[in-house]
Design a protein around this ligand. Structure first.
Ligand SMILES: CC(C)(COP(=O)(O)OP(=O)(O)OC[C@H]1O[C@@H](n2cnc3c(N)ncnc32)[C@H](O)[C@@H]1OP(=O)(O)O)[C@@H](O)C(=O)NCCC(=O)NCCS
Length: 196
């Protein structure tokens, strides 16, 4: 028998106050570069989002991150939103294999919710490029872009068991301000004995 369960995923809401923030110096490894937003990079962002998230817990919490087409749709939606901040949207690329084999490997976007506040949306780095400082560089670039357009408080939400992401945000200066629980419906098989 198939039953519908609710599973609760603990998530931290984290914030960074840019009025007190000291920007950290970070030298991106020479095998990588960051490209600012342009419309022709939309598909690359969507593909990197899919490659970064589809095998991760966040694709269970947000199923749209688990399919290439829905990542593309999501990227279009983000692009069309009033609060889309091009200055906070960056694509990381691996250039270590030469100019003919450039590989997109990281993405970040942010949405401004009012004059001074913005939310970082998704940050993702493809699995083989993790642990080389690309994630930190993307966040610093996005936060710097938000600062330039007058944002003073940046927020994000992260699944609590995503240790490496939580550590990364803390290292940059984000602090947890609230814990929330996101309910996800799950279908599971249950035998006749258990069904009674
Ligand atoms: C979270 C995520 C974006 C981090 O990206 P990343 O590129 O691996 O981040 P960084 O390389 O900057 O930092 C990761 C680790 O590598 C270490 N590191 C960075 N540069 C390094 C270097 N040159 N040499 C050795 N280690 C290095 C960091 O200290 C950090 O270590 P820690 O996990 O022990 O704290 C990535 O793991 C990811 O895409 N995960 C799946 C999607 C996801 O969950 N996104 C977050 C949603 S809220």
């Amino acid at each position: 028998m198939r039953v519908l369960n609710l599973r609760y995923h603990k998530r931290f809401q984290m914030e960074l106050d840019l009025r007190r923030w000291r920007r950290q110096a970070l030298a991106l490894h020479p095998d990588y570069r960051l490209r600012p937003w342009s419309d022709d990079l939309l598909h690359e962002h969507a593909e990197v989002k899919y490659q970064s998230f589809h095998d991760e817990l966040d694709a269970v919490v947000f199923p749209c991150l688990g399919e290439p087409e829905s990542c593309l749709r999501l990227m279009h939606e983000i692009r069309e939103r009033d609060g889309f901040v091009p200055e906070a949207t960056w694509l990381a690329q691996y250039v270590g294999a030469g100019p003919r084999r450039v590989e997109s490997c990281g993405t970040i976007q942010a949405i401004r919710i009012n004059r001074t506040r913005a939310n970082i949306q998704n940050i993702g780095v493809t699995p083989i490029h993790r642990g080389r400082g690309v994630g930190a560089a993307l966040i610093l670039a996005a936060v710097t872009g938000l600062h330039q357009v007058g944002v003073t408080r940046v927020a994000l939400e992260v699944t609590a068991v995503n240790d490496s992401a939580v550590r990364l945000y803390q290292r940059i200066g984000f602090r947890s301000v609230k814990t929330v629980y996101k309910a996800i419906e799950e279908l599971s098989e249950r035998g006749p004995a258990a069904a009674h």
